[in-house]
Design a protein around this ligand. Sequence first.
Ligand SMILES: [Fe+2]
Length: 470
Amino acid sequence: MQVKSSKSPMVFKDVRGVPVSYPDHRAIDGLESAVLMSLSFRGDAIAEIDRVLEEHPDFMMGWLFRAGWLTQAMETRVYDSMLASLAQAERLIPHCNERERGHFEAVKAWVEGDFFGAVQKWEAVLTRYPMDLLALELIHYTMVLLGDVPGQRDVVARVFNLWDESIPGYEFVLGFYSFGLEENRDFARAEEMARHALSIRPDNPYAVHTVSHVMEMRGRQAGGIRFMRDHAATWGTSNFANHLWWHTGLYHLDLEQYDQVYDIFDTHLDSRNKDGHKYEELDAAALLWRMNLVGQDAGDRWTHLANKWEPAAQDTLYAFNDVHAMLTFVSDDREDAQKALLSANERYLENASDANVAMTREIGLPFCLAMQDFHKENYAGCVDRLLPIRYMTHRLGGSYAQRDIIGWTLLEAALRARQFDLALALANERTGIKPTSAQNWRAVARAFKGLGDHGQADRADARAQSLIAA
Ligand SMILES: [Fe+2]
């Protein structure tokens, strides 16, 4: 562990006592400001660090923050910029300290496609410097991207006892820990920790996000809507607003309030007149597909979304992106784009050996093919593709709430394929996990109806109705 304070005037440190080799506090303060922007989803962290680097071109940690933060975009459009930042950092290696070398090696592993190796390098930095909030942030988010569910929680647990409220940024550590706990189904602790984080900084969108996940996983739709709308003034202006509106839409969807879902989509998620980036289009596609599963007509919304995704059809950078691109191509009947995405992925699987290969092979491609089957009304084919992978979907990355689209598609395909025994089993599974979801009871009712048990079907429908009315 690092020594938190030193009398030596030669050692420069950030506000948490982590050593920085560049001997200028203005640069170190500028980096802190950029890191805070990234943590609070406010402003433009890259523009902020660019301002610092313009004045301090030899500030290695500035370049490493820039490159490290760009890794999280998971988009090809930022790759050149990320590589350029890494090259600047490489130039400064002879003057760097051990921590900076660790950050450098992590980003280097990342650009070589070794995402898991990058995490290990950042982990080594964090073990040595538990107050390195940037390392903690990058590891936690990367574990979410990679679907390392216990890791999202445990990376924070490993340092949490060393932090307290007197250390700047503690509320963000609480935010990370709360989300890691939520994804590991420790809902009570997760919510408590997220609300603690919000008591320190009410405009912390990541802590709002944890509460929204807890509400989602526990099926507290009305409470979720209230919480999100009561706090929308603080998170609605953040860079995380799009995803948080998606969460709000999920509650309405479960309550069959479809007008409100489309109102949220059209007001907050539809980026046809905006410069939407992929993360925003991910949520938009995921919400529209769910509306498709419940039989709601999307109008021309898919067309605009598919236009946004089509340039990324052959990226093969991240399977999670590819499945969302495919959702739009399938739903908008874009045969050429579907072919382009599938053949790019097949070529990629033959030639590459990076971390995304396994994600694509095991989950990404099977789900893409299953979506095609679903859209062509080959529902039995869709079931055959999804049934064997439904317990491995965490390998795709993202959250439980996001990946639920796969399990829900499987269930809907089983119902439409008239495989009612299987549909009932899958619907029972879902009511077991989330008994307060009206949609889950609707599926139980449809399965019973298909099996000819109208008494049970009516009981399940009544249960859905009572949840909606409540
Ligand atoms: Fe989320």
